[in-house]
Design a protein around this ligand. Sequence first.
Ligand code: MG
Ligand code: MG
Length: 246
Amino acid sequence: MRRSADELKKMRRAGRVVAEIHEAIRAGIRPGVTTAELDRISREVLERRGATSNFLGYHGFPATVCTSPNDMIVHGIPGPYRLREGDLISIDCGAIVEGYHGDAAFSVGVGSVSPEAARLMEVTERSLWAGIAKMNPGTRLNEIGRAVQAVAEGAGFSVVREYVGHAIGTAMHEQPQVPNYWPGTPGPLLRPGMVFAVEPMVNAGTAETRVLDDNWSVVTADGKLSAHFEHTIAITEDGPEVLTVL
Ligand code: MG
Ligand code: MG
């Protein structure tokens, strides 16, 4: 799907709201704060901007943000969990403006974290930017995942396979998917107007995952740390344009 200039305007606005939520949550993260409080911060920004949540009610998801600490990879439900000094917390959220979606995620340390946690976050974010750098017209879609994988595995980490990025527009999750690894085929050509959410999930240990009894929270099978970074990016004639920024 290729978006018109008018549609991209709306997606920029949705992306900016997501970036504002990130900024507000980042400012609220400190030891002792509950993950439910981070959801409240997100709801305040959405309301102030007249935007709606694409997470709340998605297949019954009960919040506007996913909060996934430490060995939790994605889809953690905000609640009574209190952030602790040394936690690595992954935050994923989105917004809808005039029917168009934005989606982005980041991981951050609570206070000071272990050198391994810091390196995992740095590498995961760098792998996202390596993928974004491939998002030029004429490139094949799966070059994104190939670049992500090279950075993550080059650092000795592993890339989650079961959860992937996606096209995005009038729905949060559109086809095609964007794997964070080379799937064996090059995939479609990238063309101006296409918009994708690229979102590497990188594990310190094994790539294997497990879903907890709440049927949402995805954790690493070996209990080691995981990090997650995501942006919504449009392909333009001039290359990638990151939409989920202020
Ligand atoms: Mg997301
Ligand atoms: Mg996404």
